[in-house]
Write a new protein. Sequence first.
Length: 196
Amino acid sequence: MAKVASGSLPRVASLKSPVVEASPAEKASPSEEPALSCVRLGWIEAVERARELADNQSLDDVELTVEEVERELPPLHWVLIPPQPEEVALNQFRDIQRQGIDSYLVTQGENRNAISLGLFESRDSAISVLEEKKRQNLNAVLVNFPRNQISYALSFEAEPELAEELVQAVEADYGSNFDFVEIRPCEGVATPEKNP
């Protein structure tokens, strides 16, 4: 269990982020304004839903912003017959379709005129299909299919107690768990040091 310094650290620090021990000077001056907490919550799949969540929690002194992030997801495993001249690819595609083999012709991108025989999350499943297609005398190969996803996060700055309340309100409004909730002291926000 994380240790929380008595009195001067915000409770929110023990919830979802590492606790930063306050210095003796900070402990001795409880009258100072608390540093702001920087908060990020994500992922939200639709921008409309992210904006709705931000609008539902709007306060005069706290602005929730929507961040768009392109996330790299693990690649899929693609079983395909490599690209070939268009006429050859069309003839082979028609022949494969007549045999009742589930497939489609790739019509754009770097694999244009390849014949797709399946796209799989599991490498083992892809290898199994690849071996089956080779037994059917198809010149199939396995390639990685990179993919990215646009996701959205909410971010805001607030005093620690208010930050905790807002996180709870947004989580309740969202209705399911976020992949992450980051609550940390904002960088670059310094509290003035007092001389004894």
